[in-house]
Design a protein around this ligand. Structure first.
Ligand SMILES: [Zn+2]
Length: 306
């Protein structure tokens, strides 16, 4: 039977997203479930396999028309062995052979990668980084993830863990990071850190959306918080640009919805800090594929792996 579809899964700290995609990686259907509603690892694995079966049944498809299942995961993954080392923001996962477990449950080929790698693969193949040979993609959310494209290929590193831009240390001392170290970029600009700053400035609960909205209305306290985010991000990017000399930096994830205020200031700080040859040729772009990038990248991974 002709294999016309694949399943793309994006597991994040907030949502578990599952899509049915055609062979052009266009999304035909999707399911979104809150990650925190699962009580443990086993519950979450059952939910993933249940959702895959549900989306196949709902679309009246035969299992044999599915090319494979791609899964993007929020932590370091051994892509070769199909092994999850751990998740910085979801407790209870340590050295889990998720590929084997899911293949047994689903009776379909399963491929795993880091979620930010898959976002980079998607943005490079179909999104904002299309046409650039060398690109670095970042996702700004609960965690800060990164994926690196070198000469048109995803760079995974010697143990498949390259691209952890969120865990580049910015200082000798600084706030504790979920990875166990100190003063990582993520410890300064992860969602929770931004909201913590906003709470202490506004003396109430405030969402990222509201913080972006207030900044667009020229609220000075909100602008100061975004400038602080942009300063840390711009400094980190100046290091990335000096090291890799990419054609483009693509920024996505919920935090990037702050838009022009964040992008302009980040650009300014990056250009002050980076070396002129590298900063002169790089473009900083907003990601195009939005919250679907992870699922699209997972489908591209399936196509590349089969
Ligand atoms: Zn860290």
């Amino acid at each position: 039977m002709k294999k016309n579809y694949s399943i793309g899964i994006d597991l994040g700290g907030t949502n578990l997203k599952i899509a049915l995609l055609d062979l052009h990686c266009a999304i035909k259907d999707k399911l979104i479930l809150p990650t925190r509603s699962f009580k443990d690892k086993y519950d979450l694995i059952n939910a993933i396999s249940g959702a895959v079966s549900a989306i196949i049944t709902k679309n009246a498809l035969n299992q044999e028309t599915i090319l494979g299942v791609g899964v993007g995961l929020p932590g370091p993954i051994d892509t070769g062995k199909g092994l999850v080392h751990f998740f910085p923001n979801i407790p209870g996962w340590k050295e889990v052979r998720l590929k084997d477990i899911l293949e047994k449950k689903l009776r379909l080929p399963v491929f795993l990668d880091n979620d930010a790698n898959l976002m980079a693969l998607a943005e490079y193949t179909l999104g904002a980084a299309k046409g650039f040979r060398n690109a670095v993609c970042l996702t700004l959310g609960t965690g800060v993830g990164g994926g690196i494209i070198i000469e048109g290929k995803l760079y995974r590193g010697s143990s498949f863990a390259a691209g952890e831009i969120g865990h580049m240390p910015l200082n000798e001392n600084g706030p504790r990071c979920n990875c166990g170290s100190f003063a990582c970029l993520e410890a300064y600009i992860g969602n929770n850190r931004i909201m913590q700053q906003a709470r202490s400035v506004f003396k109430r609960e405030i969402s990222l959306e509201e913080l972006s909205f207030l900044a667009k209305k020229r609220n000075r306290k909100a602008i100061r918080i975004w400038y602080n985010v942009a300063t840390h991000l711009g400094i980190a990017l100046s290091g990335v640009i000096n090291l890799l000399n990419p054609d483009a930096i693509v920024i996505g994830g919920g935090v990037s919805d702050a838009g022009k205020i964040l992008f302009d200031k980040t650009n300014e700080i990056m250009r002050q800090r980076a070396m002129s040859v590298q900063s002169g040729s790089v473009k900083i772009l907003k990601a195009k594929l939005g919250p679907d990038a992870g699922m699209i990248g997972a489908a591209i991974l399936v196509k590349q792996s089969r």
